[in-house]
Design a binder for this molecule. Structure first.
Ligand SMILES: [Cu+2]
Length: 375
């Protein structure tokens, strides 16, 4: 009686869940169809194979349930007693074989198309770092680092995931790509294995240090597509989102021009003399985005993993050694070489900030020129 009660309660709850229509509205049970020829092909393949599996499932379980009910002992059924049937054995070998071949043919065709990166219109090199992505536009000579934008999320404190738009899925610099253009990606890593994954493109590729994997897209719907690193790569694994903005060709060309202008502005900034306060203010922003993920917002570090910078020997010692570790990193540790990731101004500013924050009271400043000279 008690069990029956419980069963009725569960059934009622399930029924309620079913009729709660608003919940259904954002339930995406199926995989996304995506916005590239390959992603649609993958989706179609998924639907075909899912259908075949569902039909087989219904057929096999239907036959089983039917036999169990119809030929049950209580109805006086007597088990047949035969041992060998060549006809059945041939049937149950060839039918699954044919089904598998029928599934393998379209799957192979799609796989081959996926790997076909030749005759791309442009190439983007993607490099994974703990915990950000770097993009190099091979032909256009554009290069930048894309990092998560709400660094306060890194501490998972003082931020409400539900109230934050695109929580953990927003970056400072989006990858901008032109519409209807075959883009080849060369994917690698500078430290550990990462994986570049935008679900709407229909594939993910591992970013492996020392290897270059390739993949391609041809996106035919403008929009913003989001993804993330899909290979567990350390404590900041959840903090390396991917955001791709797909724009019309003309808009893309305008963006490329704009980048050239921005590069010139950065060069001009790096050439001038900065005052301490300016460097500290800019350095704080760089620190929050680039360094806080490991060394923490108040420079307190994480015991046993990332050293504190507040009161650290480097940040309160000779400036030369401090510049050296930030520019060149420390081999064999998670402290990466920032020379390839940040410009002269950013590096000068972040070093100045570290020397003048959290009770580090050095009062000295590093000029971008000095960084340029050390590269
Ligand atoms: Cu990663």
């Amino acid at each position: 009686m008690k069990a029956l009660h419980k069963a009725a309660r569960i059934a009622a709850t399930m029924l309620l869940a079913l009729v709660a229509a608003p919940v259904w509205a954002d339930w995406a049970l199926n995989m996304p169809e995506g916005v590239t020829p390959i992603s649609r092909e993958v989706f179609r393949l998924h639907m075909i194979i899912l259908t075949i599996c569902a039909l087989i499932g219904v057929g096999v379980f239907g036959a089983m349930i039917f036999s169990i009910v119809k030929h049950r002992k209580s109805r006086g059924a007597v088990a047949a007693n035969f041992h060998h049937s060549t006809r059945i054995e041939i049937l149950w070998t060839t039918i699954p074989f044919l089904i598998l071949v029928a599934m393998a043919i379209p799957a192979t065709v799609t796989l081959l198309a996926m790997e076909d990166t030749i005759e791309a219109d442009m190439t983007v090199k993607v490099t994974g770092y703990q915990w950000k992505w770097k993009y190099d536009y091979v032909e256009d000579g554009i290069s930048f680092v894309s990092s998560i934008t709400h660094p306060e999320a890194l501490e998972l404190a003082g931020i409400d995931p539900l109230a934050t738009e695109n929580f953990l899925l927003d970056v400072d610099n989006m990858l901008v790509l032109p519409l209807n253009t075959k883009v080849r990606f060369l994917i690698t890593s500078d430290d550990v294995i990462h994986s570049w994954w935008v679900p709407d493109f229909g594939w993910k590729r591992d970013a492996i240090p020392g290897f270059i994997n390739d993949a391609w897209t041809l996106i035919d719907e403008p929009g913003i597509y989001r993804g993330q690193c899909a290979e567990l790569c350390g404590v900041g694994h959840g903090f390396m989102p991917i955001v791709v903005a797909v724009v019309e060709q003309e808009e893309y060309l305008a963006w490329v021009e704009e980048q050239a202008g921005a590069a010139a502005a950065v060069a001009a900034e790096a050439a001038r003399e900065w005052i301490l306060e300016e460097l500290v203010a800019h350095g704080e922003q760089v620190y929050r985005i680039q360094c806080a993920v490991c060394h923490q917002a108040a420079g307190q570090g994480i015991s046993g993993a990332f050293p504190a910078l507040a009161g650290a020997p480097s940040a309160t010692g000779p400036i030369e050694a401090h510049i050296d570790i930030v520019l060149n990193g420390r081999a064999g540790t998670a402290m990466q070489a920032f020379s390839a990731l940040l410009n002269d101004t950013d590096i000068a500013a972040v070093i100045t900030y570290e020397r003048n924050a959290w009770g580090n009271d050095m009062g000295d400043a590093v000029q971008p020129r000095e960084i340029a000279a050390k590269r």
